[in-house]
Ligand binder design. Structure first.
Ligand code: NIG
Ligand code: FE
Length: 428
C-alpha cells in the first residue's frame, strides 16, 4: 500500500456521496455527486479528503508532505468508486460449451439441465480439481474483474454440492481473495441444485446443507452469506426457508436467486432480512408492494433487488426485468455480472451497464449508482465501499473517457485504464 496517494486534475469524479444512509432509491439513484477538476487524497488505504484540485494543491498538509505523496495526474479521465460486483460464481473449472451450442439450436436452460447439462455438469470438474487448481480458476476471474474496474466482488461456491467440495470451493475463494488486491465477500451456495446422488431426495440434501455445510462454514468463518437457488428445478420456498433459518442460527446473512425461471413468492422470505434477492425476472404486483413496503420499516437494512441482465442476454431471452417499474416504486436495485459458466460468462461490469441502459432503459447515472453504492448495500459493506467519501476504503476505477456516460456507451470494450484498491494504484 502506498503511504499516501493524491489523484489530481480528475475531469469528472463521481463521488456517489449522499446524505441518506440506506441504498439509493427512486430519484436518488441518479445522483452521482459529480465534481469536475477534482482531487482525492488517500492515506493508509482510506480516503482522507475529496474536493477540487485547486483546493487540494493549496492545502497546508498536502503542501508540507508533498514529497511523501505519490501524485497521479488524471487529466481527461473519469474516476468513480470501484465497481461492487455483488453476484458472481467464480468457483468453476470449465466453460459449458455443449450447453451453449444446444441453446443456439433451440433448447432452453431448463431442458438442458433436465438432460444432464446445466449446473450439475459443472460439478465434475470442481470435485476433481485440487484446492490449488480451483484457486487458480477463481483468481483468474478476479483478475479479469479488476482489469475492468471491479474492486469488490461477492463470490459464491455452488459447483461442488457435497460437503467436501463446497468447503474446498470456499477455501479456494479464500485463497484467491488473499492473493487479490480487491475485496471479496464469500457466499455459501450449497443449495444451488440437488446433486444427482440425492435425486428426488431434496429434503435429505437440504438437511446436509443446514446441518453440515452451514455449521462448518460458520465455524471456520469461510462465508458471510448463504444463498439458495429458489426456483423450478432447484429448491422450493419451504427448503429455502429452512436454509435461511439455519444460516440465521449460525450468524450468517442470507440472499437468494428467485424468480429467474418462474415466479415464486418472495414475501415469506423478507422476514429473514435477505441482503439481496437476485434475478427477479418474474416479479408480480404483490412482490413489488412487499419490497416497496420495506423501506418504511428499516431504511438502512433493506433488501436490494440485484438485476443480472447479462444472464438474460446470454440465454438469448427477449425480455429483461422492468427496471423502471422497480425504480418508480422506490425499490432499491443493484446491477451485477452473475459471472458463471452457464448463464453469464462475463466479468465485465461496464458491459452490464451497457445492457442496463439499452435493454432496461436505465440512464447511465442510474446504472453506475446501481453498480457501486447499491452493490455495496447488497453486500452490506456500504460503510466501507461504494462511494468516494472520507473514511471509506480507497477503491477507485479510473476510466480513460472524458464523460461518465461513455462507460456504458463503449459497448463490450474496456476503457478502464487503472484501479486503486485499498490505496494501491494498479495499472491496467
Ligand atoms: O445465477 N440460477 C442459478 N445460478 C446461475 C446459473 C448457474 C449455472 O447455470 O451454472 C445464475 O444464472
Ligand atoms: Fe447467479
Amino acid at each position: 500500500m502506498e503511504p499516501a496517494l493524491l489523484l489530481l486534475n480528475i475531469r469528472q469524479l463521481l463521488s456517489l456521496r449522499s446524505n441518506t444512509t440506506g441504498p439509493r432509491r427512486g430519484r436518488e439513484l441518479s445522483e452521482l455527486g459529480l465534481i469536475e477538476d477534482a482531487a482525492v487524497l488517500c492515506v493508509g488505504g482510506r480516503i482522507a479528503s475529496v474536493g477540487k484540485t485547486k483546493d487540494a494543491v493549496r492545502d497546508s498538509w498536502i503542501k508540507k508532505n508533498r514529497r511523501k505523496i505519490r501524485e497521479i495526474d488524471c487529466s481527461g479521465k473519469v474516476v468513480l468508486p470501484g465497481f461492487v460486483d455483488s453476484h458472481t460464481h467464480p468457483a468453476f473449472t470449465a466453460p459449458r460449451l455443449v450447453d451453449f451450442e444446444q441453446r443456439i439450436s433451440g433448447a432452453t436452460y431448463e431442458q438442458i439441465a433436465e438432460a444432464g447439462g446445466g449446473i450439475r455438469s459443472s460439478i465434475v470438474g470442481v470435485r476433481r480439481a485440487t484446492r490449488a487448481q480451483l484457486t487458480e480458476h477463481v483468481l483468474a476471474g478476479f483478475k479479469e474483474m479488476l482489469a475492468q474496474g471491479t474492486t469488490t466482488a461477492e463470490a459464491k461456491s455452488g459447483y461442488g454440492l457435497s460437503v467436501e467440495a463446497e468447503m474446498k470451493s470456499l477455501d479456494a475463494i479464500g485463497d484467491a481473495a488473499r492473493q487479490w488486491p480487491g475485496t471479496v465477500v464469500p457466499t455459501l451456495l450449497g443449495a444451488h441444485v440437488v446433486p444427482r446422488e440425492y435425486a428426488d431426495r431434496e429434503d435429505e440434501y437440504v438437511h446436509i446443507v443446514c446441518r453440515e455445510m452451514i455449521p462448518r462454514t460458520a465455524k471456520r468463518g469461510l462465508a458471510r452469506f448463504v444463498d439458495v437457488f429458489c426456483d423450478r428445478g432447484a429448491f422450493s420456498l419451504a427448503s429455502t426457508e429452512q436454509v435461511f433459518l439455519a444460516a440465521r442460527e449460525h450468524g450468517l446473512g442470507v440472499r437468494a436467486h428467485v424468480g429467474q425461471l418462474t415466479h415464486s413468492e418472495i414475501a415469506p422470505l423478507l422476514k429473514y432480512d435477505p441482503a439481496s434477492l437476485d434475478h427477479m425476472d418474474h416479479v408480480d404486483d404483490e412482490d413489488i408492494t412487499a419490497l416497496a413496503g420495506q423501506s418504511a420499516i428499516s431504511p438502512s437494512h433493506q433488501t436490494v433487488v440485484t438485476m443480472l441482465p447479462a444472464s438474460n442476454h446470454f440465454l438469448g431471452l427477449k425480455c429483461f426485468l422492468d427496471a423502471r417499474r422497480l425504480i418508480d416504486s422506490g425499490i432499491p436495485i443493484a446491477l451485477a455480472t452473475d459471472y458463471n459458466p452457464g448463464t453469464s460468462p462475463t466479468t465485465s461490469m461496464p458491459f452490464v451497464l451497457s445492457l442496463a441502459c439499452t435493454q432496461m432503459k436505465m440512464t447511465p447515472a442510474e446504472a453506475i449508482a446501481a453498480a457501486t453504492i447499491n452493490g455495496a448495500h447488497a453486500l452490506r459493506v456500504a460503510d466501507r465501499k461504494g462511494s468516494i467519501e472520507p473514511g471509506k476504503d480507497a477503491d477507485f476505477a479510473i476510466f480513460d473517457v472524458e464523460d461518465y456516460r461513455e462507460i456504458p456507451y463503449w459497448m463490450a470494450g474496456n476503457r478502464c485504464s487503472a484501479v486503486v484498491a485499498g490505496g494501491t494504484l494498479l495499472e491496467g
